[in-house]
Design a protein around this ligand. Structure first.
Ligand SMILES: [Zn+2]
Length: 441
């Protein structure tokens, strides 16, 4: 994200500050704050929480990165006709490959291309405007598209959605969680059956399982960019849990300790996404309670916390130093809102934030899941709540890249791979699982 950091805004602010009409002390202070170039004062509560010893070994050998890219494609002759082309990719690289790429900055582009191909792509299209289907309402068109996106041969990610909604990790005989939804047509509530298509018991209207996600109801043309980004975020989240699901079904969860899962962006799904997030929370809690490893990390490259952490480099001087803030600290000191623990609710997150120094030049904002995830995690998370903390930071410290600032190499590669033009998926994950099966047989 680009910000205008030029001198022009400061000059403008200075002119305003000197205008006689402005005598309000609060406004004067705000403008003074904008002009200030002295270092930010350390807010109360900002203390180094601890240090991860980066010299200790870890077991991670494979890095799986999930990232999404979205492009708006207009019809060149009729600009009002536009669709959003979404591409979510799961990139799988060995730590050795990544070391080789990091060491060889003048790498032959053909060799780099070979690495970039190590990605499974999940392409989708969401109509934005001017693209109507005869005899279909906008709502029903959207519903059919979302159903098609989650079905094979598009992404086939219904498998992951069902796994998360119906507690697939407990096996087929486990009691079904209570889930209900509003009918798309008559709006009355009914219990969700364990099927991909079903009818409303009140009015008989035919539904898809994807209707449960509540993404496509009441979407007008102007909300459609938002719908497209929600679809992308949903596909990213489901893609993130594809490998853990496959390992769970193959009864190979012990192999999770070899894998670092990196998500581009925070560990959350906004708005109606809570319906998947509660399944994610239960699965992650179950994994940790059973003593399984889940080296999962969200990397926030933009946003309040990512910017905040850059101002306090001196507080985390050594590689491995980290700051694990309370929710109160994030809400009050970072987002500048007031925090009431009695009213705090969170249905969208499955991780807690931390600021980490990965190298002499790398300060990053991360999110990691905690062992309990009610309301997104404890109000005051402790290092002991994050069993994957040491593993994740040790592995990430080997994956730093200098371009752009604070970058993490697998994310740089995944960004560039999902922004390339469409290429057929190579079935990388399935190849990996087949190899894994061969290695343990
Ligand atoms: Zn109905």
């Amino acid at each position: 994200m680009a910000y205008n950091k030029g001198k022009y805004p400061f000059e403008a602010a200075s002119k305003i500050a000197h205008m006689e009409v402005i005598r309000d002390p609060a406004l004067a202070e705000i403008l003074q704050g904008l002009r200030s170039d002295t270092p930010a004062t350390v807010p109360p509560g900002f203390l180094k929480t601890g240090t991860v010893d980066l010299s200790k070994p870890h077991e991670i050998s494979t890095v799986v990165t999930v990232d999404g890219g979205m492009t708006t494609i207009p019809n060149p002759k009729r600009r009002e006709k536009r669709v959003a082309f979404i591409q979510v990719g799961i990139m799988l690289l060995s730590l050795e490959d990544l070391d080789r790429i990091a060491e060889d900055i003048f790498m032959d582009p053909r060799r780099l291309n070979a690495y970039l191909k190590r990605i499974d792509r999940y392409p989708s299209i969401v109509p934005l405007s001017g693209v109507r289907r005869p005899g279909r309402t906008l709502r029903d068109s959207n519903r059919e598209i979302l159903n098609a996106i989650l079905s094979p041969p598009w992404t086939g990610l219904y498998d992951v959605l069902e796994f998360l909604l119906w507690r697939g990790w407990l096996g087929p005989t486990s009691p079904m969680p209570d889930r209900s939804m509003d009918c798309v047509q008559c709006r009355r509530v009914f219990s969700l059956p364990k099927q991909r298509t079903f009818s409303c018991p009140h009015c008989g209207f035919d539904h898809y399982l994807s209707d449960y996600l509540g993404l496509t109801t009441e979407t007008e043309d102007n909300g459609r960019e938002q719908l497209a980004s929600m679809v992308m975020a949903t596909v990213e989240l489901l893609a993130l849990f594809l490998l853990p699901m496959k390992l769970c079904k193959a009864r190979k969860l012990e192999r999770l300790r070899e894998i670092l899962l990196i998500k581009d962006g925070p560990l959350m799904l906004r708005a109606e996404g809570y319906r998947i997030v509660d399944g994610v929370r239960e699965f992650v809690e179950w994994l940790y309670a059973r003593g399984h490893c889940l080296n999962l990390v969200g990397v926030e490259k933009t946003g309040d916390f990512a910017e905040f952490i850059q101002d306090f480099e001196k507080q985390l001087p050594e590689p491995g130093d980290y700051f694990l803030p309370s929710r109160k600290f994030v809400v009050e000191q970072v987002q500048g809102r007031s925090f009431d623990p009695g009213k705090y609710r969170n249905r969208v997150s499955f991780g807690s934030r931390l600021g980490v120094r990965l190298s002499p030049t790398h300060m990053v904002a991360l999110q990691l899941p905690t062992s309990t995830l009610d309301e997104g995690g404890p109000l005051e998370p402790k290092p002991a709540d994050m069993s994957a903390l040491g593993n994740c930071i040790r592995a990430l410290s080997r994956l730093t890249s200098t371009k752009p600032d604070n970058a993490i190499l697998p994310l740089v590669l995944a960004n560039s791979a999902v922004s390339l033009s469409d290429r057929p998926s190579a079935g990388i994950l399935d190849d990996y699982l087949t190899q894994m099966a061969g290695a343990t047989a």
